[in-house]
Design a protein around this ligand. Structure first.
Ligand code: AMP
Length: 249
């Protein structure tokens, strides 16, 4: 079974985002970019399935500017077999990404697509669900455990009330939650080896997909600054302050 893993290049999770002076978006000039953390978990899960013999080939795919090649090389260094880069300048919205992925699926015929549950830049949490709808495939979102048994994937999902287990007929879509696994670090020899793994380059036009944005960002602002807290000597003072603030009667 082939596994397709879409990976997005995003602002590194350790970097504090800066909003551009004109409020048009987040400033990405000269900041560290990395593989979206949930996608790293998706790559790890695909590798584990391959190690268990449930997957035969792992194909990583990224949509974005030419530099997204680095993100794909990270996936290849972890253990993906080959990669596809669909070069698109500017932001491609989840629907555009899902339409492109649907075309890649048509070509590659994977048994499973493992995506991150969300990209930490736009926090959309939409692409996996849209892809499942476009393909008319079953979906197991927010997965904390994935087991393959013949042509069925058993996916344990993190839902508000606890854990829910769903059974999906393959081919299917899975999106990863944080507790699914702990991704491995790529070793130096594997980073070197990844440089010679195949990486195909495409454009949205090759797939006949129009990725023109459907949404317009009106304004991006920094979150309001939190006010400094105060230290209280004891519970009585705390209750007194809460009463003054009207938090308790
Ligand atoms: P989102 O719906 O934007 O929160 O993204 C959810 C998941 O879709 C991500 O974790 C990735 O697996 C995948 N994805 C989103 N955008 C891209 C992209 N430009 N290239 C590759 N994968 C993407």
């Amino acid at each position: 079974m082939k596994v397709l893993v879409p990976v997005k290049r995003v602002l590194d999770y350790n970097v504090k985002p800066r909003v551009k002076a004109d409020g048009s978006g987040v400033d990405l000039a000269n900041v560290k970019m990395s593989i979206n953390p949930f996608d790293e978990i998706a790559v790890e899960e695909a590798i584990r399935l391959k190690e268990k013999g449930a997957a035969s080939e792992i194909v990583a795919v990224s949509i974005g500017e030419a530099k997204a090649q680095e993100t794909l090389r990270t996936a290849l260094a972890m253990g993906a077999d080959r990669a596809i880069l669909i070069v698109a300048e500017g932001e491609v919205e989840p629907l555009g990404v899902a339409k492109l992925l649907a075309k890649v699926v048509e070509e590659e015929l994977p048994g499973l697509v493992i995506l991150g549950k969300q990209a930490i830049d736009d926090d959309s949490n939409q692409t996996g669900q849209m892809l499942a709808a476009l393909l008319n495939w079953g979906q197991g979102t927010f997965a904390s455990k994935v087991e393959i048994d013949g042509d069925v994937a058993k996916v344990t999902r993190e839902v508000d009330g606890g854990l829910e287990t769903v059974s999906l007929k393959l081919p299917a879509i899975v999106t990863t939650d944080l507790r699914l696994n702990e991704p491995r670090y790529a070793s130096l020899p594997n980073i070197m080896k990844a440089k010679s793994k195949p990486l195909a380059q495409k454009t949205p036009a090759d797939y006949g997909v129009d990725v023109t944005p459907r949404l317009k960002t009106l304004k991006v602002v920094e979150p309001a600054k939190r006010q400094a807290g105060v230290k209280v000597a004891d519970v009585d003072e705390l209750i007194g302050k809460l009463k003054t603030l009207g938090v308790v009667a």
